[in-house]
Design a protein around this ligand. Structure first.
Ligand code: ATP
Ligand code: MG
Length: 395
């Protein structure tokens, strides 16, 4: 029974979904399979059973490396490297001894405590008694160990199920959330900055598939800047799955705005165009909402008044998952998911081209609409949408 290594994967909120539970679990198992295939562990077996997911693979593989990939899958609450045994006390005891000998060698532990759980209520021995007996066998089999029920070096969990039992000690945390593909598709406005990759990640964590749009102002922004965004997008794709990125040159729009509208309003006009173009792309690609990395009060274009004026040009819901976070918290998240280092590499963003010296922070809708009359909005939007390039982002 023991030729393969096994990881026990616990589903987070997926387990709470009542009638939809099998659907969510199936989606999660599928996502785990895809993640493993994408990271070179495609030969692992993924199996669902009684609300848990078991991943079995070759003994030669590093289980922590496999677990790390699984931890990136949304919907996973935690993962434990385990050993399995038949649901029989002697077999469980032997497996527990082997497991602990390994742990002594790897970590030099001195004390332990057994915690047992009986999912199979027909099992003839009750949980405290299972713990006591397995503990006794471990003491005999691992002479260097002593029991410490208060602060053990290792907690040995014994999970007794109907046909087999599992023995493990550590839990590696996942991110929780819901499996990708269970909550529609959104179009993220992806810059090269810190915020928008985190925003995409947060929506994807709730099960939303993503597609992206990126604006540049070539030749004011460089090809290197675009390369950087693609690299950033690939990090995002390692969580959100492979996606398409629509790359659009916004320069023709910016030039018109600079030529015809008051300087202080430049940013707000640019943002209105970004939203319009993004919405058009979203409709063409089956995205039902837009996602941005905006955050209340962070910069001049992100005041309450500015949001009202930008949202006025689109009908789709605009998701701003970072809206109420502080910058330090966004940075912490970016570090945790591994986008931060890439985001802070120097680059030019199209928003910094033609940046006004004194941007309007409290734009008035009528005022902005009035100055926009000088532009052929429809023609500009259509031209941008038509000239976009599509890049396939693969993790
Ligand atoms: P970020 O760190 O995500 O760039 P920011 O704090 O720098 O955000 P802005 O530059 O004002 O803020 O941009 C606000 C949001 O607008 C971004 O989070 C992103 O969703 C979108 N955005 C900005 N620039 C671009 C761009 N060049 N391409 C696509 N979307 C963009
Ligand atoms: Mg930015």
């Amino acid at each position: 029974m023991n030729e393969k290594k096994i990881l026990i994967v616990r589903c987070g909120e997926v387990a709470l979904k009542g009638m939809n539970k099998p659907y969510f679990e199936r989606m999660l198992a599928e996502r785990i399979g895809k993640r493993l295939a994408a990271s070179g562990f495609g030969e692992a077996e993924v199996q669902r059973h009684e609300g848990l997911i078991y991943v079995r693979f070759d003994r030669g593989w590093d289980e922590i490396a496999v677990a790390r990939e699984i931890a990136k899958v949304f919907g996973v609450a935690s993962i434990s490297p385990a050993v399995e045994a038949e649901s029989d006390l002697t077999a469980i005891g032997q497996a527990a001894v082997g497991f602990m000998l390994d742990l002594i060698e790897k970590r030099g532990i001195h004390t332990f405590k057994v915690e047992a759980k009986r999912a199979d209520k027909d099992f003839p021995v009750k949980s405290p008694e299972i713990a006591r007996r397995v503990g006794a066998m471990v003491l005999i089999g691992c002479k260097v160990l002593a029991v410490d029920v208060h602060e053990p070096d290792a907690r040995l969990f014994v999970d007794v199920r109907h046909d087999r039992s599992f023995i493990y000690t550590d839990k590696i945390s996942g991110f929780g959330g819901l499996p990708l593909g269970t909550n529609g598709k959104g179009l993220v406005l992806l810059s090269g900055g810190i915020d928008s990759p985190v925003a995409a990640w947060m929506m994807a964590k709730r099960g939303m598939m993503i597609e992206a749009v990126h604006f540049h102002s070539y030749p004011y922004t460089s090809e290197r800047a675009q390369q950087k965004v693609e690299e950033l997008a690939r990090i995002v794709a390692s969580y959100c799955g492979n996606f398409r990125m629509h790359v659009i040159n916004l320069l023709p729009v910016q030039e018109q705005i600079v030529m015809h509208c008051p300087e202080a309003e430049t940013t707000i006009h640019v943002r209105r165009f970004m939203m319009r173009i993004a919405e058009r792309v979203a409709r063409e690609t089956g995205c039902m909402m837009l996602i941005t990395g905006e955050n209340l009060g962070q910069v001049a274009s992100q005041t309450a008044e500015a949001f009202v004026v930008t949202d006025h040009v689109v009908e789709m819901p605009v998701m701003r998952p970072l809206i109420a976070l502080d910058k330090v918290d966004i940075i912490e998240k970016a570090q945790e998911i591994g986008t931060f280092e890439k985001s802070i590499e120097p680059y030019e963003d199209c928003c910094t081209v033609f940046l006004p010296k004194h941007p309007t922070t409290k734009p008035k809708l009528e005022r902005i609409e009035k100055s926009e009359e000088a532009l052929d909005v429809e023609a500009l939007v259509s031209a941008c949408v038509a000239s976009r390039e599509i890049v396939e982002i693969k993790a």
